[in-house]
Design a protein around this ligand. Structure first.
Ligand SMILES: C[S@@+](CC[C@H](N)C(=O)[O-])C[C@H]1O[C@@H](n2cnc3c(N)ncnc32)[C@H](O)[C@@H]1O
Length: 249
């Protein structure tokens, strides 16, 4: 087990709101719900989620046979797509047209442009009362928020004797871009589990004024100076309000 998955497993064992419990809560009470997870890796989250249909997308699954059996036992149907999210959305639109998404977890490639694309693509198949969660939206320090194309590239980029086991990339900028380009989406971040982003359809309380070029130019220092406003950062208990609003749609 690498340091990253060890830390993530440790964090998942702690009580309180995290990406997995957010997904589970959002699925509660839905009739035959469909769950989509982009970026599944070992299935740490995927194995715990119960839904009627579960769809997993990852170009390099690391899911053990036993984990897969556990994951499969918590669904009527599970589908695994070993490919990038872009390829999945290009080649499997029909599946999603027949299975509109109730809840999605986007946790794949950690560059913000890809995350924006994953959100936009998911929105095309999201039910009106559906919810998208995004992992890694609130890097706690500059190194964790460093841009890289993969975990391996991130680890190689670190100099010095101590390698950190947290990597969030610049996913946070996807939140800023979505809040700047959409006045039809409620977007924000729960302050837990390295930042659990949320997206639902509806009129937002507030938006941001940035162009896509300005978003591209933002740095970790900008985030540090103005985290609460840029991310629409909410305490974990806000999940109750978010899901209450979703239920009322
Ligand atoms: C942090 S792990 C996912 C962890 C998992 N969601 C969980 O909560 O246990 C990120 C995964 O994203 C996958 N990934 C990387 N690029 C991707 C892409 N373009 N599309 C989908 N998944 C991608 C990686 O292979 C890796 O397994």
């Amino acid at each position: 087990m690498d340091i990253n998955s060890g830390l993530v497993q440790l964090a998942d064992a702690l009580p309180g709101v995290n990406r997995i419990r957010s997904v589970q809560r959002a699925l509660e009470g839905r009739l035959r719900p469909v769950y989509l997870e982009i970026g599944v890796s070992r299935g740490q989250a995927f194995q715990k989620i119960g839904a009627d249909v579960k769809i997993a997308v990852d170009p390099a699954f690391r899911i053990a046979q036993r984990t897969r059996e556990i994951a499969d036992a918590r669904a009527r149907v599970t589908r695994y797509f070993e490919m990038t999210s872009d390829d999945f959305f290009s080649n499997h639109a029909e599946l999603l047209e027949h299975n509109p998404v109730d809840v999605a977890l986007i946790d794949g490639l950690h560059t913000y442009e890809q995350v924006v694309r994953d959100v936009e693509n998911t929105l095309r198949y999201l039910k009106d009362d559906g919810v998208i969660f995004l992992h890694d939206c609130n890097p706690p320090f500059e190194l964790a928020g460093r841009r890289a194309e993969s975990w391996d590239e991130f680890m190689k980029s670190q100099s010095g004797p101590v390698a950190i086991g947290i990597w969030n990339g610049d996913v946070w900028k996807a939140i800023v871009e979505l809040r700047s380009t959409h006045d039809d989406l409620v977007v924000g971040v729960l302050k837990c589990d390295q930042g659990v982003g949320f997206v639902r359809k509806g009129r937002p309380e507030s938006t941001l004024p940035y162009t896509v070029q300005e978003v591209a130019a933002l740095t970790y220092a900008d985030l540090k100076a103005d985290r609460k406003r840029l991310l629409n950062l909410k305490p974990p208990r806000y999940l109750n309000q978010l899901l209450g609003e979703v239920a009322a749609t």
